[in-house]
Design a protein around this ligand. Structure first.
Ligand SMILES: [Zn+2]
Length: 449
């Protein structure tokens, strides 16, 4: 597109009439999404969690060929279930075991096969654009090297695996425009090894992953510690300064800011914008909690936007603990501490985010702000996308001290626009809109001079 536009905007505070306030929701839920949310079933989620617990332990170093106990039995059961869902997909969903040998590492005493179970639902319009959701099916007890004791891992992280398996079941019969990947990864407790391998395979293939979500410890809003149940909140951890930031990017950030505008922060704003009714996504501006991590870090390391869902308040007696009673206190990650209706609500948050991402145009690429000369106007440029239902773009901006976008300005299907507002005074972004009003996540511009 060679069309150039100059839009006169009198200033953020007096922009009414030209620019409009950024909408509270980026996208209204469509009929198909409402049906998807209805089909997510807490009874099936409970059955998945209890089945995963029934393998005794799913420790990464436990048996890989015992048909009843250990991580191998869990792997084979997850595979069979996902294959059953794929059979209902009309050929759109494929399921694979992605295996590799993890060499000796701090928590891997001998070379060990680690296997991710991955279901890929190919997009019907833009299959090259990919959104990934994971839970980890390995589990642990107090001693992270103990592969023998019962390690039920109901909350950590059968809950997250139940989310991805239920999403795979419900979405297998749909035809999202972009590709969705539902993965049960392993080796998380030993060092994020399964997701690390998976993310690197994608990186090596040049895969265009535009968002990744780890669901890890999403079992309950009730911490069972005397505090109030918080059944309608899920935390979403999103980093600020990108884990993969280059030296050049760091220099720009030190000069003109942007620590709050990385791709993961934009993803966090998007998820909050589309959160389903009855659930509050509490976005936390951190990569993860103190002393903790999860599989989203493997994707952040490769430069992919990624975030982690987790319950609002944890009970550490129920995570990474030998199952035992001590001084009348029950320790251990048992299914009795899970709330299956809560896990279903978290699955609905994921479904809404994934469906909204897959149906919207991709996040704009190559977005730059022109810095070739000193001027009080702002010229933005980007690559015009090729989606057949692409309607155009919106420029968004906010005060530098504001957390979220405050104004949006439709600019049409163009690849450049000049706005009469100083790039020195506000933060800008660009997002794409399709003909039915689905909006993409925002991309913040890099300087180009
Ligand atoms: Zn975990």
């Amino acid at each position: 597109m060679s069309t150039r536009r100059t839009l006169l905007v009198a200033g953020a505070a007096t922009a009414a009439g030209v620019a409009v306030p950024a909408p509270a929701r980026a996208t209204a839920p469509d009929r198909e999404l409402r049906r998807i949310l209805k089909e997510i079933d807490p009874v099936r989620i409970e059955a998945i969690v209890r089945r995963l617990v029934s393998f005794g332990t799913r420790h990464t170093l436990s048996s890989q060929d015992d048909p009843v106990r250990g991580i191998g039995a869990a792997r084979d059961w997850i595979l069979a279930e996902l294959q059953r869902h794929a059979a209902a997909s009309g050929g759109r969903m494929t399921v694979e075991l992605q295996s590799f040998i993890q060499p000796v590492s701090p928590r891997i005493p001998a070379p060990t096969r680690i296997t991710n179970v991955i279901a890929t639902l190919r997009g019907s319009v833009t299959p090259e654009r990919i959104y990934v959701v994971t839970g980890h099916y390995d589990s642990r007890v107090t001693d992270v090297m103990d592969a023998v004791k019962d390690a039920p891992g109901a909350d950590d992280d059968a809950s997250g695996v139940a989310v991805i398996m239920e999403l795979a079941r419900v979405l297998a019969t749909r035809a999202p425009e972009s590709t969705l990947v539902f993965a049960a990864v392993a080796g998380e407790e030993q060092g994020l090894y399964g997701s690390d391998h998976m993310a690197q395979r994608y990186r090596d293939a040049g895969a265009d992953i535009q968002a990744m979500f780890s669901n890890d410890i999403v079992g309950t809003g009730d911490a069972h510690d005397g505090t109030r149940d918080d059944p309608r909140t899920v935390r979403l951890f999103v980093e600020g300064v990108p884990t993969s930031e280059t030296t050049a990017e760091a220099n720009t950030r030190r000069s003109v800011g942007g620590e709050n505008d990385g791709p993961s922060r934009q993803l966090g704003r998007f998820v909050k914008d589309v959160e389903p009714a009855g659930m509050d996504v509490r976005v936390v501006w951190r990569r993860d909690r103190y002393l903790r991590g999860s599989d989203h870090i493997s994707f952040l390391l490769r430069g992919y936007p990624a975030a982690r869902f987790t319950e609002p308040r944890e009970n550490f007696d129920h995570e990474h603990q030998d199952v035992r009673v001590e001084n009348g206190i029950q320790y251990g990650d048992l299914p009795e501490f899970c709330d299956f209706a809560y896990i279903a609500r978290v699955a609905r948050v994921n479904a809404t985010a994934l469906w909204s991402l897959a149906q919207a145009p991709g996040t704009p690429k190559g977005v730059v702000v022109d810095t070739t000369q000193l001027t009080n106007a702002t010229t933005l440029r980007w690559q015009v996308g090729t989606e057949p239902d692409l309607a155009g773009y919106e420029v968004v901006w906010r005060e530098t001290t504001a957390p979220d976008w405050q104004h949006s300005l439709p600019v049409g299907k163009v690849g450049t626009v000049t706005v009469d507002l100083s790039k020195d005074n506000v933060f800008f972004g660009v997002r794409a809109v399709d003909t039915t009003g689905h909006r993409s996540p925002v991309a913040a511009p890099r300087p180009a001079g």
